[in-house]
Design a binder for this molecule. Structure first.
Ligand code: ZN
Length: 236
């Protein structure tokens, strides 16, 4: 029976196998699938699932960075991915209302992960927004919504699925500027998976060269012993 740490390393490497070198959309799909998020999940529920996966693989302390928009200083901060995940999934009752449009009204539904997939092919963000709107309104309504109606639609989507956008209130330590740093969960998680997988591969490489052990043999070593052998071989 592998230890919890070994199991996590195996899971990280399996995820890396599925997603490394893939275009962003396929990589995101692999992450959402590994997190157990179905294509019909709302964006907030998808983000919550990714953060729960992140917490299981790396622990709750989540080190992040964002560039200050005023002075470009790279600001590091730490979030709690477990606590964050708990607050992201929309309430089951959060169904968007019908919205007045022209002389009639339109029914709105929350965007899902599968909607995001379809947007990946959009040539620019304006087209992507238009496509998303058409999908969530069941086709582009006639007349097309005016800016005021669009703003109401946007506000309702935000109210009903607040976890769709994850942002942190930051103050720049350098210039004091305060802003909301938006963190895109899937690429942030992928960066961690990639870094951890590459670390494992480097360790396997070093010990395989030094002792002639197979990949499976190196991965089966308890963490402390692997670290000790890496030190002995001068690789760390
Ligand atoms: Zn700054």
């Amino acid at each position: 029976m592998p230890s919890a740490a070994m199991q996590r390393e195996q899971d990280i490497l399996a995820l890396w196998d599925q997603a490394a070198g893939r275009p962003r959309r396929l990589r995101d799909d692999a992450l959402f699938a590994a997190a157990g998020a179905t294509p019909t999940a709302s964006i907030g529920a998808g983000n919550a699932a990714l953060l729960a996966l992140r917490t299981r693989l790396f622990g709750a302390a989540w080190r992040l960075r964002a560039a200050c928009p005023a002075c470009r200083t790279d600001c590091e901060f730490t979030a709690d991915s477990a606590a964050l995940a708990a607050g992201l999934a929309p309430a089951a009752s959060a169904a968007p209302p019908r919205i007045a449009n022209g002389s009639g009204e339109v029914a709105l539904r929350l965007p899902t992960l599968s909607d995001l997939e379809h947007l990946a092919a959009a040539p620019d963000s304006a087209t992507a927004t238009e496509w998303l709107l058409a999908r969530c309104l069941g086709g582009m309504p006639s007349p097309a919504p005016d800016p005021e109606t669009l703003a109401r639609i946007e506000a309702e989507l935000e109210r009903c699925d607040p976890g769709a956008v994850v942002a942190f209130a930051l103050d720049c330590p350098d210039c004091g500027h305060g802003w909301q740093a938006v963190i895109d969960i899937a690429p942030a998680l992928w960066a961690e998976v990639q870094a951890a997988a590459e670390r494992s591969l480097l360790e396997v490489d070093a010990l395989a060269r030094e002792y002639g052990w197979s990949e499976a043999e190196v991965l089966a070593l308890p963490q402390a012993r692997r670290a000790a052998y890496l030190q002995l071989s001068g690789a760390s």
